[in-house]
Ligand binder design. Structure first.
Ligand SMILES: [Zn+2]
Length: 493
């Protein structure tokens, strides 16, 4: 509640009202992410013990080898020569392989870890010089920026993504919480069937296809089930050993191992393909304060990091859980029906399931959002939001927030009233929704965000979305024509 600035009229600018008191730099989401990262890093820093299972051991060895920069440039070169010998055993005796061949093999690592080493040949009249640039693992050498993953924590999260995700998910996700969230998701899905039915601009054929897609839409709370399947995990990491060794060696092992094990797994059980691909695609996001929808799988995931953060709690009023988590659930589901998601069918195939006239109406309605958001000027940078770039997110925000609100109304006619809080449960829903977007970014960050992020800045995600919803205006009794109850409202879902 400290974030609220009561001197601002909520009907003029709800973002300033809800977030005006937020003074910290960055955003609460970043703080929550830092807490998760600290937990993972602290675990990886501890000495290996007998009690550790294989995944934890792998994490610790990777992280500590990286920190201590175990493995010098000489090891690296030796390693290349060694690899050459292994590929062609006769070379061991002959020593007649060329540097070109060694480099060729070394580039094998480079392909997957371009930022680990930079290696090149320089040709002179009478000789060839081999140039290897080895950045220390904690510096930001210019070429490292290509991949901003420069810390040992980030490298570990990247290279051992499935192990880190599994270790974190075990620690973070509680079964009771999972069930509670699954209930919210199911209620939201069922509300959307009604919403589709109520769209008077849609032909019944389009409605049916939209519902078919919704019925087939899968979701995971925290992580894909496969992640904590002990059989899968032990097969996946079977050939990675946990002896202490150089980082170069670990990288190589991980790389070879990944190709091998995935080939084997897929060869053995081909119906795993979709699950494994989905897991591979999302593993890195599992320990993040995030949620995602992928149209190719018609599946969404509320990441473990999101669930464990302060964004959700069983003990707080439902209005708050629906305003934050419910709205995120709604947002992810609506991605299946935004300007890109709508092009995919229930099986994740790119196939047009729209009646032609409805498609034209959809595009027409989208233009309203493109224009509306495109008019917003970010105060710090003076830059306009890009209405086209942010269109998909804005459609998901608008449809998803209303969906969450309606689900909340239906599921919880009576809600807990917080003592000493002057807001009604419905008002608390909107305040909670807005609070997840409070932020204070510096000029540079904001500039990058506006130019490249598909999400509009938090301020406009709040003003834009809530100002389009009649339900918000009613709950705060905003006069028609006020900042938050604009006359020309954009709406698709
Ligand atoms: Zn989104």
């Amino acid at each position: 509640m400290a974030k609220i600035n009561k001197s601002v009229n909520p009907c003029d600018n709800f973002y300033e009202f809800a977030c005006g008191g937020y003074r910290d730099v960055g955003s609460p989401l970043h703080e929550m992410q830092n807490e998760i990262n600290d937990w993972i890093e602290k675990l990886a820093m501890e000495p290996v013990t007998d009690k550790d299972d294989k995944l934890v051991k792998l994490m610790k060895i990777f992280y500590q080898s990286c920190k201590n920069n175990v493995g010098s440039l000489n090891d690296f070169i030796e390693d290349g020569i060694d690899l050459r010998r292994r590929i062609d055993p006769s070379a061991e005796h002959k020593h007649d392989f060329t540097w070109e061949e060694v480099i060729h093999d070394l580039q094998f690592y480079q392909n997957s870890d371009a930022y680990l080493f930079s290696i090149r040949m320089e040709y002179f009249d009478d000789h060839v010089r081999l140039v290897v640039d080895q950045p220390t693992f904690e510096t930001k050498a210019g070429f490292l920026d290509r991949n901003s993953c420069t810390t040992c924590l980030c490298k570990m999260k990247d290279k051992l993504d499935i192990a880190v995700a599994a270790v974190y998910a075990r620690h973070a996700v509680d079964e009771t919480v999972k069930m509670e969230i699954a209930d919210i998701i199911n209620a939201t899905k069922s509300q959307l069937f009604d919403t589709f039915e109520a769209q008077d601009w849609l032909d019944s054929k389009t409605k049916e296809a939209a519902k078919k897609k919704l019925s087939a839409m899968k979701f995971y709370v925290g992580y894909p089930d496969m992640l904590l399947d002990e059989n899968f995990l032990s097969t996946y990491y079977k050939d990675l050993d946990t002896t202490e060794r150089s980082l170069v060696e670990i990288y190589r092992q991980i790389h070879i191992h990944k190709c091998e094990v995935e080939r084997k797994l897929l060869g053995d059980v081909s119906d795993l393909i979709k699950d494994l691909l989905f897991l591979k695609q999302t593993a890195g996001s599992i320990p993040q304060v995030n949620a995602l929808y992928t149209p190719y799988f018609n599946t969404f995931l509320i990441c473990a990091g999101f669930i464990q953060s302060q964004l959700f709690s069983i003990d707080r009023p439902k209005s708050m859980n629906y305003g934050i988590l419910g709205a995120v659930v709604g947002h992810e589901i609506m991605h299946g029906y935004d300007n890109e998601g709508r092009k995919y069918d229930e099986n994740g195939q790119r196939r047009n399931w729209w009646v032609k006239e409805d498609e034209i109406k959809f595009i027409e309605k989208s233009k309203c959002f493109v224009d509306q958001y495109g008019r917003y000027v970010e105060p710090k940078t003076g830059l306009n939001v890009n209405g086209q770039l942010t269109l998909g997110e804005n459609i998901a925000d608008n449809g998803g927030t209303l969906l969450a609100y309606k689900t909340y109304q239906k599921e919880h006619k009576i809600d807990t009233i917080l003592p000493n809080v002057e807001f009604t449960p419905n008002q608390l829903f909107w305040i909670s929704k807005a609070h997840s977007y409070c932020s204070n970014y510096d000029y540079k960050y904001m500039e990058t965000l506006i130019k490249s992020d598909s999400h509009a800045p938090g301020r406009f995600r709040v003003i834009g979305t809530l100002g389009n919803l009649k339900e918000f205006g009613d709950d705060f009794q905003c006069p028609v024509g006020s900042g938050m109850n604009r006359q020309n409202k954009c709406k698709i879902w």
